[in-house]
Ligand binder design. Structure first.
Ligand code: HAM
Length: 434
């Protein structure tokens, strides 16, 4: 059997070191913004039935038709690694009878999603999203609040050069009428359209606005716009959302060509892009999905929400590393030779069993008292341990021997020999005096 190195699959990555810290900080920020606004954390399974996404996101979308990782379980049921979070949340809403709760039911998540896309910078096959969904109300205030919370998150993460594009797709009725009008227009100009757009005239004509093809784009400049054909109620809803965003001083552009890659949207849709990102400039997106819960077998329930890509937020962010938590007490082991603190021992001898036990007991006591404490656990010489404590920027170092400890205050450069039992107390007092 070969012993070559096994690498992480293409389009996926390990998360370690500063990246892991940056993600934890981002999660803490999201929680600090969303929890006070009434959002509860939710976690759904990675595997869902394939039908959930086919029904919710839409058979003709790229996500469902090309990008899902789908597998069969033992009894030939088709399962899919979740490509997005809104459909699973609505499934959970129905499954747990959440319509009985007080509206709006607000849920947030930070989870990994899977899309079989061609990997490139900012586009991965496994990626993370922070998402927030609010169900049970079609109040335009909920759309505006949801967008405002996302704007706050992006600004706190330091995402640079952000633009918000906003539109309305109207409700199902407005859209059906408009769809027929657009289909007529597309058929009239069929010869100039790309083959992909042509093949979607029946199933998904709106996606024509999203085409990369030059000629198609030219044709679409003259196409009828949904925003100009909204019903009165839909137009009023959109105007109310815009007025509230204006009140909150949130800048946006109304973009009547904005189409999202998921079919469940109704009325408000939006996307935040960042010029700090390359080709994959979409940093977050969302909208209303007033028919989705019902399409999944639940009672008629409006909803609105968004998801922001974690990797893209970090790429477009200001790169400020989160403040490292500094070690307050590092517990070192005196060498058995008796060498304690000057590190000049020529041949370090292992610490005695008694020293180890006393150090471990001190570690437990320090942590119980709430100190950020670490202990030597890699067999270093005393000199090596002091170097390590320096690298950790430890405020205090306790060099433990059997009954006694030399406690060094690294900031003041002072040291004292005290009983090991009094180390925690002394450190706490020293930190309080700061
Ligand atoms: P989405 O626009 O497909 O919407 O994805 C939201 C965000 O996820 C994107 O703006 C992007 O930052 C990130 N993202 C998407 N695909 C990838 C990828 N392959 N690699 C890295 N990042 C990616 C949704 O997923 C909807 N569920 C949003 C929503 C929630 N609408 C209503 N509620």
């Amino acid at each position: 059997m070969g012993a070559g190195r096994i690498k992480v699959p293409r389009g996926t990555f390990d998360i370690l070191g500063e990246q892991a810290e940056a993600r934890s900080a981002l999660e803490a920020r999201a929680r600090a913004i969303l929890a006070p606004a009434g959002y509860e954390r939710i976690e759904t399974p990675v595997l869902e039935s394939t039908e959930l996404f086919a029904r919710a996101v839409g058979e003709s979308t790229d996500i469902v038709s090309k990008e899902m990782f789908t597998l069969q379980d033992g009894s030939a049921r088709s399962l899919t690694l979740r490509p997005e979070g809104t459909a699973p949340i609505c499934r959970a809403y129905v499954e747990h009878g959440m319509h009985k709760r007080r509206a709006p039911v607000k849920l947030w998540y930070l989870s990994s999603f899977f899309r079989s896309e061609r990997a490139q910078a900012g586009r991965y096959r496994q990626f993370w999203q922070v998402g927030a969904e609010a169900l049970g109300s079609d109040d335009p205030g909920l759309d505006a609040e949801s967008i405002a919370l996302l704007a706050t998150l992006l600004s706190q993460v330091g995402v640079r050069a952000v633009r918000l594009r906003l539109s309305s797709l109207g409700s199902a009725d407005s859209r059906a009428e408009y769809r027929a009008r657009l289909q007529d227009y597309l058929r009239e100009h069929e010869a100039a359209l790309s083959s992909e757009v042509r093949s979607r005239i029946e199933l998904n004509p709106l996606r024509a606005f999203d085409s990369d093809d030059r000629e198609t784009q030219r044709v679409m400049q003259g196409a009828p716009r949904l925003l100009e054909h909204l019903s009165r109620q839909d137009a009023e809803h959109f105007a109310a959302v815009r007025a509230l965003l204006d009140e909150a001083s949130i800048t946006y552009e109304v973009d009547s060509t904005l189409v999202r890659g998921l079919d469940y949207y109704t009325r408000t849709v939006f996307e935040f892009t960042s010029d700090a990102l390359g080709a994959q400039s979409g940093v977050a997106g969302g909208g209303r999905y007033d028919g989705l819960v019902e399409a999944l077998g639940g009672p008629p329930t409006p909803g609105v929400g968004w998801a922001a890509g974690v990797e893209r937020m970090l790429l477009a962010g200001d790169g400020q590393p989160p403040p490292a938590s500094s070690v307050e007490l590092f517990i070192a082991l005196a060498d058995a030779s008796g060498e304690r603190s000057d590190g000049r021992s020529p041949a370090p001898a292992a610490a005695t069993e008694g020293t180890r036990k006393a150090a471990f007991a001190l570690l437990s006591a320090a942590r119980s008292a709430g100190l950020v404490a670490q202990m030597e656990l890699a067999g270093r010489s005393l000199k090596g341990q002091l170097g390590h404590a320096n690298a950790l920027r430890a405020r205090y170092v306790a060099i433990v021997e059997d009954g006694e400890t030399v406690l060094r205050d690294m900031q003041e450069g002072e040291q004292q020999r005290i009983s090991t039992d009094t180390v925690v107390h002394t450190v706490l007092r020293g930190l309080r005096d700061l």
